[in-house]
Structures are given as structure tokens and as C-alpha cells.
Write a protein that binds this ligand. Sequence first.
Ligand code: FES
Length: 112
Amino acid sequence: ASSKSGAATQKWQKVGTVAELDKTGQLLLADSPVGAVLVVGTSKAAKDLSAVNPTCTHKGCTVVWKTNKNQFVCPCHDAEFARDGKVQEGPAEKPLKTYIAKIESDSVFVKI
Ligand code: FES
């Protein structure tokens, strides 16, 4: 029997293909049971893949991944987050929610 309550079992969910990820260095799963999930990285450094909920913890704008800065940046009040979700620059105080990402054959998955 499955239950929706509390600590439901996490499942691997496909976000997209490795080709899509490698093209732009990011992949967005817009609509999942936990909301949006943004995966950043490439298959060349698969162990450095990061997956976050891109909803800013300040006031809820959507953060943007900046490959050159290696940071998520919020367009609303310029909060900055490291690729592991940690706050690097306010006004946000709480880290972005993170997820585990992996590549398997030609697909990118997150555990949500
Ligand atoms: Fe992101 Fe304010 S909503 S910094």
C-alpha cells in the first residue's frame, strides 16, 4: 500500500536526456510532485551534477543558473546560491532545497 503522508519514499524521476543537458548545462523539470527542479552540470562531470528547487527562499522568485559564476542568482533581489544550494549572498537566508541527480545511460534523473 502506498501512502502520501510524511516521509514518502523517494523515487528517481527522469528530467530529460543527456544531450539536452549537455547543450545548455541545465535541465528544468517544471512540474514535479515537489515543484520545479533545476539540474545543472554536464555529463562530462557527472559527479558534479546539482539539482535544486529554483524557487528563491527569500520571496519565491525563480533563480537563474549562471555557469560562468558557478552560482544560482535570483533576479528579484540578487541573492546568490552555491551549486549545493547554500546562500552566498543575501537577502535570502535559507538554502535552496536540493536533490540528488544522476545520469543513467542517456537520461538524467533526480531523486524526488
Ligand atoms: Fe530572491 Fe528576493 S526573491 S532575493
